[in-house]
Each structure stands twice: as structure tokens, then as C-alpha cells.
Write a protein that binds this ligand. Structure first.
Ligand SMILES: Nc1ncnc2c1ncn2[C@@H]1O[C@H](COP(=O)(O)OP(=O)(O)OP(=O)(O)O)[C@@H](O)[C@H]1O
Ligand SMILES: [Mg+2]
Length: 407
């Protein structure tokens, strides 16, 4: 970015709404000015099921971020998730017919347009068309063909669509809180921005954000997105298993999980704690019982993540699995993942944010921080685009069209 400017996001999760306002400085640095987190109401498995409740949760979260920053939140980057998301890979091709055969930024836009000539059904909304890689005169693996010479430019893209109605409900809640939407971003792509290193994306890596209602997956290879998927199982199911299995109220099961939850077989605490756990409110359970339940569900989730890749493809992701989302806080999850998948597994914590950011270095905030980073990157892209000669008028037109589409 040329100079610092305010950037904001809202991550409307199944269990929490997180609004962040930050100053975006040079080189993608983020100085957090205000964070507002509230308990979510009106969402189920990442989807709005009660507009009034969801809007109120969003309002409360935004108000807290505004109070902390002393600024008004005007427009935001918003995360989208849910089972309605689908993704596929599409190709496009154009010829470079000018005399010098030099690929210009305009040709990139043309080839991307050619990759999106398919008809999007009226009940679907196009969220992203992300270039995965280019080929110039048949030579594949070209990352940025601008400035190179060739006759034929091919592109392979990753296309992500969402159900119009689900997106409309989310948009309605945000607009109902008097906030404009800059862009909608698929949540695992945002989480990936916050925690993945370029070398991991190059080698091949799976990002899985295990939240409250959904497990959001993005797989990267050769530096580009390869596959995305949303699974409708996450932390909520773990808590429900504990509640049903041990006969506890849901809230108590949730507290037990957060306080004592682990996927390890053996408890490393004191002997008496190893068998009996109790809460202040009088509920008591056995540590082994609790964590057998937790472990069983986490094993299932980890196996489902691995199933997004055909089994012989696991070797295509040598950088392994990076876990985000609140459920990644469960003790022992890295070790269990390594045992089950035979891959390196690490928990991804957003770093590199400063300011009033005390709670953000937690895997649950990867999506929120990633939304801001996504926004900065896109803003920088638009700046480059302006520098390439397309000018402010076209940019404004595109921004206005995007806002119309989001209405
Ligand atoms: N320390 C902890 N140990 C175990 N589980 C935890 C811990 N902290 C949070 N969780 C679980 O993480 C889940 C919430 O994660 P997160 O905040 O990433 O979800 P969300 O963004 O609200 O939901 P989603 O992204 O699925 O719509 C809850 O199920 C919660 O129980
Ligand atoms: Mg989430």
C-alpha cells in the first residue's frame, strides 16, 4: 500500500463474530486498532438461520471494535463458508495477436475472462476465479507471463461458487448493521493468508480450519490453490458428543472440553486429576471418558480432511497439514494428526499483527486476520493495475459494479 489506511473485516463464525479494524501499512503490516468479539446467535454450520439474531450479534461485535478504535467501521471484508460452497477448476485460452507477441496485463485479464465464459446457474453466485497457473505456447508452470513473448496464452483457474440465497442472508445481516461490503472471501482462503508460508504453498500443503460449525479446507500446490472444500463437522459436534455421552448440559460439556479437552491417551497432570475432573458447578466426570470421546471425533475429522485427497496424493503435500480454528487448540492434536496421516502437522497461529491485538495470536482468529491480509493484497493488486495504465475511472467502475452485485 502506498500509505497506511484503515481496513476492516467481519468473520461471522458459527460460535463467535469477530470484527477487526486495523491500520494497513507498508509491506502488508497490520496495526490492529480495535477488535470486537461476541458470541454468535442465529447461525448453524456457518449459515445464517435467524437474520435478526445474526444481525444483532454482528452489530454488537462491530460496536466493540468501533469503541476500541474510536473509529466508525464503514466497509468490510467478510468471510463466507458453508456446505453450499462448490469449487472446480476451469481453463481459458487467448491468442496474443499483436505484432510484438508481448504479453501485457490486459492479456491476463482477457484470458481470465475467457476462463469464466461458463454459465453460472441463477441460484449460484461466483465468489472467486483464482488463476492457478499459466502456460505460454504450451510451456506450463508460468507464474506471471507479463513481459514474456508468445502466441498462445492458457490459464487454469480455480472457480468457487456459493448458493445465492445463503450469501444474500449474510449480506443482509451486514448491511442491516449499516456496513458496506468490500468483498466476500471464502474463509479457508482467508485463514491460509494468515498462517501459510510461501514455501509450504510451493511444496504442497493442506490448510484445515476446524471451527465451531464447519471444517474449511484449502489445498495448495506449486504456489497456487488446488482444491477447496467445506465439511459440516467441527467443534460443535465434539461438544455435543461429550454432552450426550456423559449426560452433561451442552454448556458444561463445552467448558469441560475447553478446560480439560485433549486427544492424548494419557493425562500428564496429577494422579487424582487423571481420573476425576470436576467443575465449580458440581459436575464431575472421568478424564479418560471425556478424552476418549474427544479423540474419536477428532480422528474422524482428521480422516475426513485427508479424504479430500486421493490416498496416493498425500505425497503431493509434503508440507503436511496446517490446522487453524478454535478446535486446533485441543491438546495433542498435532501428534494425533501426524500419527494418523503420516504427514507433518502444525497449528497455525496468526503472527505479525501488532497494536491492540492481544487475543489474536490464537488459531481461532486466523480467518479474521487473514481477511485483512486478503484485503491488503487485493488493494495492492488494484494499485498495480492502476499503475499498468487502466486508471482510476475503470477501478471505480469495477468497485461500483462489485457493490451492485453484492446488494
Ligand atoms: N481451548 C480449546 N479447546 C478445545 N476446543 C476449543 C478451544 N477453544 C475453542 N474451542 C472450540 O473451537 C470452536 C470455535 O472455533 P472458531 O472460533 O474457530 O469457530 P467459528 O469461527 O465461530 O465457527 P465456524 O468457522 O465453524 O463457522 C468451538 O467449538 C470451541 O468449543
Ligand atoms: Mg471460523
Amino acid at each position: 500500500m502506498a500509505k497506511s489506511e484503515i481496513i476492516s473485516c467481519i468473520d461471522v463464525g458459527t460460535t463467535k463474530v469477530c470484527s477487526i479494524m486495523a491500520n494497513a501499512g507498508h509491506g502488508g503490516s497490520l496495526q490492529v486498532l480495535g477488535v470486537g468479539v461476541t458470541h454468535t446467535r442465529g447461525l448453524h454450520k456457518g449459515l445464517v438461520v435467524n437474520i435478526t439474531e445474526a444481525r444483532e450479534s454482528i452489530r454488537a461485535s462491530v460496536r466493540r471494535a468501533e469503541q476500541a478504535s474510536g473509529l466508525k467501521m464503514e466497509s468490510v471484508y467478510v468471510g463466507v463458508t458453508g456446505r453450499h460452497i462448490t469449487s472446480l477448476n476451469k481453463k481459458g485460452v487467448v491468442s496474443i495477436s499483436r505484432g510484438d507477441r508481448l504479453v501485457r496485463p490486459d492479456d491476463l485479464k482477457r484470458v481470465l475472462r475467457s476462463a469464466r465464459t461458463f454459465t453460472v446457474p441463477t441460484d449460484r453466485k461466483l465468489l472467486h476465479v483464482i488463476p492457478r497457473g499459466y502456460a505460454l505456447d504450451g510451456q506450463v508452470g508460468v507464474k506471471n507471463p507479463v513481459g514474456m513473448h508468445g502466441f498462445r496464452l492458457d490459464v487454469e483457474t480455480h472457480v468457487i461458487t456459493a448458493a445465492v440465497t445463503s450469501v444474500q442472508n449474510l449480506v443482509k445481516c451486514i448491511r442491516g448493521a449499516n456496513i458496506d461490503i468490500e468483498d466476500l472471501v471464502l474463509e479457508p482462503l482467508a485463514s491460509a493468508e494468515a498462517v501459510l508460508r510461501p514455501d509450504e504453498r510451493d511444496a504442497g500443503v493442506i490448510l484445515a480450519d476446524i471451527g465451531g460449525g464447519t471444517t474449511d479446507i484449502a489445498i495448495f500446490k506449486n504456489g497456487s490453490i488446488w482444491h477447496t472444500a467445506i465439511l459440516p463437522v467441527a467443534g460443535y459436534q465434539i461438544t455435543r458428543d461429550i454432552a450426550i455421552g456423559l449426560g452433561l448440559p451442552f454448556d458444561v460439556a463445552e467448558q469441560m472440553k475447553r478446560k480439560y479437552g485433549s486427544v492424548m491417551h494419557v493425562y500428564d497432570g496429577a494422579e487424582e486429576e487423571a481420573t476425576n475432573l470436576s467443575m465449580e458447578n458440581g459436575y464431575g466426570i472421568s478424564y479418560q471418558d471425556l478424552n476418549e470421546i474427544v479423540r474419536a471425533r477428532v480422528e474422524e475429522i482428521l480422516k475426513l480432511i485427508a479424504l479430500e485427497l486421493p490416498s496416493d496424493y498425500l505425497k503431493e503435500v509434503p508440507a503436511g497439514l496446517v490446522l487453524t480454528g478454535g478446535t486446533a487448540n485441543l491438546r495433542g492434536i498435532e501428534t494425533l494428526g501426524q500419527e494418523l496421516l503420516g504427514l507433518p502437522v502444525r497449528v497455525g497461529v496468526p503472527t505479525g499483527v501488532y497494536g491492540i491485538a492481544d487475543i489474536l495470536p490464537d488459531p481461532a482468529y486466523a480467518t479474521g486476520v487473514g481477511l485483512l491480509l486478503w484485503g491488503i493484497r487485493r488493494h495492492d493488486g488494484e494499485q498495480n493495475w492502476q499503475a499498468s495504465g487502466l486508471g482510476e475511472t475503470v477501478r471505480r467502475l469495477v468497485v461500483r459494479m462489485r457493490k451492485l452485485v453484492l446488494h
